[in-house]
Ligand binder design. Sequence first.
Ligand SMILES: [Zn+2]
Length: 305
Amino acid sequence: MKRRLQDVIRERTLLGDGAMGTQLMLSGLEQGNCGEAWNLTHPDRVLAIQRRYVEAGSDCLITNTFGGSRIMLTRHSSADDVVGINAAAVRIAREAFGDRDGYVIGDMGPFGGLMEPYGDFTETQVRDAFNEQAQALVDAGADAIIIETQTGLEELGLGIIAAREAGAACVIGSMAYDVTLDGSTFRTMMGIDPERAAAFMEEQGADIVALNCGTGMDMERARQAVLRYKETTSLPVMAQPNAGLPKLINLKVVYDETPDQMVTGVVPLLDTGVNILGGCCGSSPDHIRAFRQAMDRYQKGKEIS
Ligand SMILES: [Zn+2]
């Protein structure tokens, strides 16, 4: 049987992948259209993106299912395809690895709204949507599930429980932090700090605690978040920072940190003992290739010394 992701990463840091959304846009997806539907309509293009990440050196691929819950897909009139879209995504990621060993992490993003009493969605609706997506990902053979870009504990908890109930071999909870205006620290939009998030995720039965995306969360901020996680929990930690800060250029949000710039943050992050390192918005196969080289050098250096 395949070794569980949370066990393997205690011995060796694994490399994740980079952004999917920006890569889909580069492949012709128009803003506002449903990238997840491409798992059925343009599987070759999704496969090509994930192959580039494997060629760059990714050990883990995150499925193209960020917006693959029933609530999100309903907005694109694709609610009938929830299971099909999620199952296809797992197959595509597996195919992208080819003969290589790799971990397929099923992606679950936010449901995209607010729950009662602040919003229109009942807890039951959200729970049902997460259960359905998690089950589809696990049934299709995902090695793990990541509940990512989370800002509040309530939704995060529903996602973690859904993944566990679906029988996921590994459950990852991942928070999106924003750097505060004065730049002194970071917390989620809902005011959750890394210590509180890590304690909560451990309590809910997550196997790995993570951070991704957020505002201003570059490699250095990710390093600080990993350290704060590590002080709070003994669970393994995953980090997927953005490629620098977003800038508005020609009405488009652009992340302009180059692979050369971003890679300078790899060794400091590895020094924290981070267990999986990848990239979020703006990161590309070129960023991941640079990470791979830096990680391999780091590993070699440790073996020699
Ligand atoms: Zn992101």
